[in-house]
Design a protein around this ligand. Sequence first.
Ligand code: CMC
Length: 422
Amino acid sequence: MPDTITIIDDRTGKKVTVPIQGGTIPASAVRELDPQLFIYDPAYMQTAACKSAITFLDGDAGILRYRGYPIEQLAEKSTYLEVAYLLLNGELPTKDQLPKWTHDVTHHTFIHENMRKRFVDGFHYDAHPMGMFVSSLAALGTFYNDAKDIELKESRDKQILRLIAKTPTLAAMAYRFSVGLPFVYPNNDLSFPANFLNMMWKVGEYEVDPRLERAMDVLFILHADHEQNCGTTAMRVTGSSHADPYSSAAAAASALYGPLHGGANEAVVRMLEEIGSVENVPAFIADVKSGKGGRLMGFGHRVYKNYDPRAKIIKKTAYEVFEVTGKNPLLDVALKLEESALSDPYFVDRKLYPNVDFYSGLIYQALGFPVAMFTVLFAIPRTAGWLAHWQELLIDKEQKISRPRQWYTGSETRDYVPMYER
Ligand code: CMC
């Protein structure tokens, strides 16, 4: 069977045959038939906008791999910093590379004093931490004149290091500001997740529980990349105009902020709180099905039509965290919701399964994070993924500035009507 496809333009009889490669056909086939003919594909449901060697995802089989390594193995054996290196460089770091990378990240965690004193202090007292995080990311770029030198590899590497190292600092700063606590400076003696937890929670004596440090690291690993999701697409689209990586990451974080994307973990906990108890689950499910109750947050995914492999690991991690913190009382509601949805034809027929956000919020809450911080917690590790894609985009010779076309549905040309005739 030939690995080609032939498209015939029935208007002209013109036909074009193109290869099927990597499960895609080139859109240039359509251009060849008629340069004024475009593919109408809202939300890019059937469009591959790039080649990528970073993350492999099979939504039907529930498979996720970073650079070929199954997410289950990385979550069990690796660390977030090692995974960030893997995503960015394509290979796991060697025995010599890992200490150097860890040292470099650890020694870039501080931010300019003016960021805190002048920029962050300017926010309103009840500003949402994710809004603060998004704008701080963009503002951070203004402190580095070399941020715009995106064509130089040394400069790109420098910005990547800064962004990965400083996002936990920005995140913790946003939180401490929102509760009126003094800022805790990074501690270079701690691991990446322990330093973050220390910046978040230290008031007087504070020692990070190693089990919670590990849980935080596992959550960071699971959120580090997810191929061409909405946020990463925003990163690529913005980066394609050769904007600096701080501005591009701010665009990606803005996309992540929405409740259909990274904001879903916040929405899940709010939903569970609203349901309140196990007895109310059947009525809630009935409302979702009838369209009265909104969506079952934390369920469904554009690509996964099976159990999200990250959700499985997160569910297990939740139990490990609850051993330290005590069980989150909302867990029973979540378990009942999952059980009910997975045996209900409405959800089964639509292949709606728990996604990464269904259980993560319960862990974050048990760790003491307020719901408003949840999306920020997603954004910290996703920075590694965004930057891996940004870097890949910039060295890809086939890429250009992103510029989709449209199907114009507005008025035909018409003459301006003066005010006295309207
Ligand atoms: N609860 C109830 N019904 C749903 C849900 C849900 N969570 N998700 C999808 N559906 C229904 C939807 O109403 C539609 O039904 P019908 O065919 O009768 O009109 C059908 O399933 C297909 O839905 P869709 O909106 O066309 O699917 P999509 O691929 O555009 O949406 C999604 C994917 C994630 C936006 C959606 O499933 C959703 O809104 N889920 C809840 C929000 C959520 O948990 N988001 C986190 C996503 S994972 C983390 C991340 O990557 O950001």
